[in-house]
Write a protein that binds this ligand. Structure first.
Ligand SMILES: Nc1ncnc2c1ncn2[C@@H]1O[C@H](COP(=O)(O)OP(=O)(O)OP(=O)(O)O)[C@@H](O)[C@H]1O
Ligand SMILES: [Mg+2]
Length: 531
C-alpha cells in the first residue's frame, strides 16, 4: 500500500477530529474541565483513528486485490499528476555509475565525481556527517556529505538543495549512490542551462587541483610495466619542487614566459575562435646545466599539467609514435629532450645508406631493425602538428637541445615551435636568485666582486648552484661565496689559457700554409715563367 497516500489520509483525519474536538469542548466546558476531559477524549480519538486506519487499509487492500491492473495504473498516474501539479519542485538525479567501459566494468560517472568535488567545500563547512575518501590519483582526502544529508546552495538568486541518496535494489550487488538536486520550477532555466554547467566546470577544476600529477615515460626499461597495462605509457607520481620563482633568470624574461604559459592555458575559447588546435610548442636551447629540464618541471608545476617524457629512440616506428600521441591526455606537456641527438640517429642512418654498397646497406638496415627505432623526421613533424596532434587539445610540446643550429629548420619553424627560449650562462641577476635560494642572502659585500667576475667568466647556473650549496653544517654564507669566487677565478684562468692555445693554434696553421717553397715548387715556377 502506498505509504504517502495513507499518511495523507491520516493527516486529514487527524486534523478533522482535532478541530471537532476543540469546537465541542469550547462550547460546553470551562478550561479547567477541559483539562480533565483531555485524557479521556484523546484516548477515544486515538481509538477512532486506529479503527479508521484499519478500515482504510482493509478497503485499499481489497481494491488492490480485486481492482484490475489498468484501473490501478490509472489511479497511480492520476495521483502522480495531481501531485506534480501541486508540487512546486523539480528533481534531477546524477548517478554514480553509468554504463560500462571497454573491459565491461561499471564506469564511474564523471558528472557524479565533479558534483562530489564541487560539494566538498560546502560539505566540509555545513554537513554534520561527512565521508572522507582518497581516490588513487588524488593527493589528498576528499570530503563528501554523508547519506541523506541536505546541503543548500545558491546560484544567481536560485536556491537549490542537494541530497546524497542510495538506490535500494536487490538486483545489484554493489551500492548505487546518486545525488539528487531539487529546485523550484520557476528556476528551471537558470539551473538546467547555467547552474549544472557551473557545477561540472568547478568540480572538474577542483578535481584537477587535487589530483596527483604524473610523469609518464614510454621507456619501460626503468619502470615496472605490466602486460595487462592497457597503455604504452608507464608513469610515476610527479613531485618536482621546481618553480619559476626559484629559477636563476632575469625577472623580466621569467615574467614573459609565465605570461605566455598562462595565456595559453586560459586560451581555450581564443584558440577555437581563430580555428587553431589548442597546443603550443616551446624550444628550450642552451648549454648543459642552464636549466632546461628544470624549466620544464617549473612549467608543469605552474600550469598543473602532467609530463609525458618521450624517449624517441625507444619508439619503434611512426605508427607507434602516433599511438603514443593518441594516448596522451589533455593538460599535459610532451617533452622530447636532446632532440638533436634523437634525430641524428635517423639522419645518420639515412646518410650511411646513401653512401655504402648494397650488401652494406642490408647490414645497416638489419642493425636499424635491431636497434628498434625507425621514426623518421616526417613522422616526427606529423606528431607535432599533423591532424592527429590536435586530438584532445590543451597540450604543450617542448623540445630541448644543446645545439639549436643542428636542428632541421622544418622541425622548429613557427607553428611547430612557437616560442624559442634561450637558457644561457649565469648572469649576476641569476646569481642573486640562487644566493637567495641557497644562502638566504639578499645582499653581501662580496657581491660586487662576484658581479665583476660574472662579466668575465662563463659559469652555468648549475655550476654556481653547486658552489653555493653548503657542504657541511659548518659552512657559512661567506665560505660558500668564497668557494664560488675561487671557482670563477679558476674558470677565468682556464678560459684565458684556452684562448691563448687557440691563438697559437691559429698562427701555427697560418705558418703551415706559408711554408717556404720547396725545390720542386721553384723549379715549376721557373718552368712556367713566361719567356
Ligand atoms: N636557471 C636555473 N635556475 C636554477 N637552478 C638551475 C638553473 N639551471 C640549472 N640549475 C640547477 O642545475 C641543475 C641542472 O639543471 P638542468 O638539468 O635543468 O640543466 P639542463 O639545461 O637540462 O642540462 P642538460 O642540457 O645537460 O640536460 C638543476 O638541478 C638545478 O638545480
Ligand atoms: Mg636536461
Amino acid at each position: 500500500m502506498d505509504s504517502s497516500l495513507i499518511s495523507f489520509f491520516l493527516t486529514l483525519l487527524n486534523q478533522n477530529m482535532h478541530a471537532k474536538f476543540l469546537s465541542k469542548t469550547s462550547r460546553t466546558t470551562s478550561p479547567q474541565e477541559t483539562m480533565k476531559l483531555v485524557p479521556a477524549k484523546r484516548a477515544q480519538t486515538l481509538a477512532t483513528m486506529g479503527s479508521t486506519i484499519a478500515t482504510f487499509t482493509f478497503v485499499w487492500a481489497i481494491i488492490c486485490q480485486y481492482c484490475p491492473y489498468e484501473i490501478r495504473h490509472m489511479i497511480e498516474k492520476l495521483k502522480q499528476k495531481i501531485k506534480d501539479y501541486f508540487y512546486p519542485y523539480i528533481r534531477i538525479t546524477i548517478h554514480e555509475f553509468t554504463g560500462h567501459d571497454r573491459d565491461r566494468m561499471m564506469k564511474r560517472s564523471e558528472g557524479y565525481a565533479a558534483v562530489e568535488a564541487y560539494l566538498s567545500s560546502n560539505s566540509s563547512a555545513n554537513a554534520n556527517r561527512l565521508k572522507a575518501e582518497k581516490e588513487t590519483d588524488t593527493s589528498c582526502l576528499i570530503l563528501s556529505m554523508g547519506r541523506d544529508q541536505i546541503l543548500s546552495d545558491e546560484f544567481q538568486g536560485a536556491k537549490v538543495w542537494w541530497v546524497l541518496k542510495k538506490l535500494s535494489s536487490h538486483r545489484v550487488a554493489y551500492e548505487q549512490k546518486y545525488y539528487e538536486l531539487t529546485f523550484n520550477k520557476r528556476h528551471r532555466e537558470i539551473i538546467t542551462k547555467y547552474y549544472l554547467d557551473h557545477v561540472i566546470k568547478e568540480g572538474k577544476e577542483i578535481r584537477i587541483g587535487n589530483r596527483q600529477r604524473k610523469l609518464y615515460t614510454n621507456c619501460s626499461g626503468g619502470l615496472k610495466w605490466s602486460a595487462y597495462q592497457p597503455t604504452i605509457w608507464s608513469h610515476i607520481v610527479f613531485e618536482h619542487p621546481a618553480s619559476f620563482e626559484k629559477m636563476a633568470m632575469e625577472a623580466e624574461r621569467k615574467q614573459e614566459i609565465i605570461d605566455d604559459l598562462l595565456t595559453f592555458r586560459n586560451g581555450k575559447d581564443y584558440y577555437a575562435s581563430i580555428g587553431k588546435a589548442w597546443k603550443r610548442g616551446y624550444l628550450l636551447y642552451g648549454p648543459p646545466g642552464t636549466g632546461k629540464s628544470t624549466m620544464i618541471a617549473a612549467m608543469a608545476n605552474l600550469l598543473g599539467y602532467d609530463i609525458y617524457d618521450l624517449e624517441l629512440t625507444s619508439v619503434k616506428d611512426n605508427t607507434e609514435l602516433r599511438r603514443l600521441l593518441i594516448e596522451t591526455t589533455g593538460k599535459s606537456i610532451i617533452v622530447i629532450e636532446d632532440i638533436d641527438c634523437s634525430l641524428d640517429l635517423t639522419d645518420q642512418r639515412k646518410k650511411k645508406t646513401e653512401k655504402v654498397s648494397e650488401a652494406e646497406q642490408k647490414e645497416i638496415k638489419k642493425e636499424a631493425r635491431d636497434e628498434g627505432s625507425k621514426v623518421t623526421l616526417s613522422g616526427l613533424l606529423n606528431f607535432i602538428d599533423g591532424l592527429w596532434s590536435s586530438c584532445g587539445g590543451e597540450r604543450i610540446v617542448v623540445f630541448t637541445t644543446n645545439y639549436v643550429e643542428k636542428l632541421d629548420p622544418a622541425l622548429i619553424r613557427r607553428g611547430r615551435m612557437d616560442k624559442y627560449i634561450e637558457l644561457s650562462y649565469c648572469s649576476f641577476e641569476g646569481f642573486k636568485v640562487l644566493a637567495k635560494n641557497y644562502l638566504k642572502l639578499e645582499n653581501h659585500q662580496m657581491f660586487d666582486k662576484i658581479e665583476k667576475l660574472m662579466m668575465e667568466t662563463k659559469l652555468t647556473p648549475a655550476d654556481v648552484a653547486e658552489n653555493l650549496m653548503p657542504k657541511s653544517h659548518r659552512d657559512d654564507p661567506e665560505k660558500c661565496l668564497t668557494n664560488l669566487i675561487r671557482a670563477m677565478e679558476k674558470a677565468r684562468k682556464r678560459a684565458e689559457a684556452d684562448r691563448k692555445k687557440d691563438e697559437e693554434g691559429a698562427s701555427s696553421k697560418e705558418n703551415e700554409t706559408k711554408q717556404p717553397p720547396t725545390v720542386k715548387d721553384i723549379e715549376e715556377n721557373e718552368y712556367n715563367k713566361p719567356v
